[in-house]
Ligand binder design. Sequence first.
Ligand SMILES: C[S@@+](CC[C@H](N)C(=O)[O-])C[C@H]1O[C@@H](n2cnc3c(N)ncnc32)[C@H](O)[C@@H]1O
Length: 358
Amino acid sequence: MRYIGNKRKLLPFIQEALEQLEIDGGTACDPFAGTASVARRLKTLGFDVTTGDIMTFSHVLQWAYVVVDRPPRFEGLRDLASLDGKPVESVLAALNALPGRPGFVHEHFSPGGAEGERNERMYFTPENAARIDAVRRRIHDWAAAGRLTEDERYVLLAALIEAADRVANTTGIYAACVKRWQPNARRPLRLRRPPLVTGTGRECRAVQGDAHELVDALPTFDLLYLDPPYNTRQYAGYYHIPELIAEGWFDETPALRGKTGLLEDAEKRSDWSRRRRCESAFEELVEAADCRHILMSYNSEGIIPERRIEKVLRARGRPDTYRRLEKPYKRYRSDSDGANRRYSGDRVVERLYYVRIA
Ligand SMILES: C[S@@+](CC[C@H](N)C(=O)[O-])C[C@H]1O[C@@H](n2cnc3c(N)ncnc32)[C@H](O)[C@@H]1O
């Protein structure tokens, strides 16, 4: 999905760095996994990966793209039209064929619902919103009836989150919607087969929660890959709609506020996006990690000063192994990057900081 800080385009840079630093396989932890793009690549490179993030939709993507290692068979849905040969495609086809059923997405995030009309929330067309609701409800009902394994549930949820993002009337973040329907928003919602990585035999886990708590609880491991937020934008506010879809809201209505229907979710506000707290959050996390290598992605506009990163890493590991690798990168632009944001150019420098501990 479209995501601030998504490292999909930087995967070759990260992979080259791993080769150059001779870090090849073992156990890895990616506690700020986001869309799971890096964790997924680490799994394909032979690491047993533990992933984390505070966001629920990220947990869904981590589970689907990293934890799942066997192609889902959907045994509990045998009564659906033929599952032979391609069970994932057959189940997705059944979900794609569902008629709309207005629920919380239709109510709050499309002009079709009462809330939407009042607040002009044009995140989804009323048709797509009702179809997102129908699919989300069906996944919930199947799971509640014990017809899905945990892996299967996450695969279907990941397919829905990605499909909803493709038809969202935004430019990539949900802090605002566009005021006219964009071409992507007019296309009908369509779930696609998620790009699973199966048959590797790797043992991967996804644990939702705070990075520090996850890292602190892990026994000795090889690689800590850090990709924390680098500015003061809180992810919980920018991706509240995928978050609500991942959580699923059926019988009660979530307490939403403001023009964009933000979720009251103080717990998901991150210290890594607070100028006064990010440096100590970084120092404490690095201190807590019982690992052999630390590799951190951070860009040239990050709120933790570079001299602090260098100081903390050198102090934690073997100072002579400290490295900084760089790659110029085209900036991620979204609709909030307009009149109120001043950028110095279209390019930022993505950096990787490394230290070897043992
Ligand atoms: C730069 S993004 C990671 C992007 C990811 N590497 C990718 O390729 O998609 C940072 C992530 O950190 C998460 N996050 C913020 N604070 C956190 C915390 N205290 N603990 C765990 N995750 C956190 C955000 O939800 C966000 O997904």
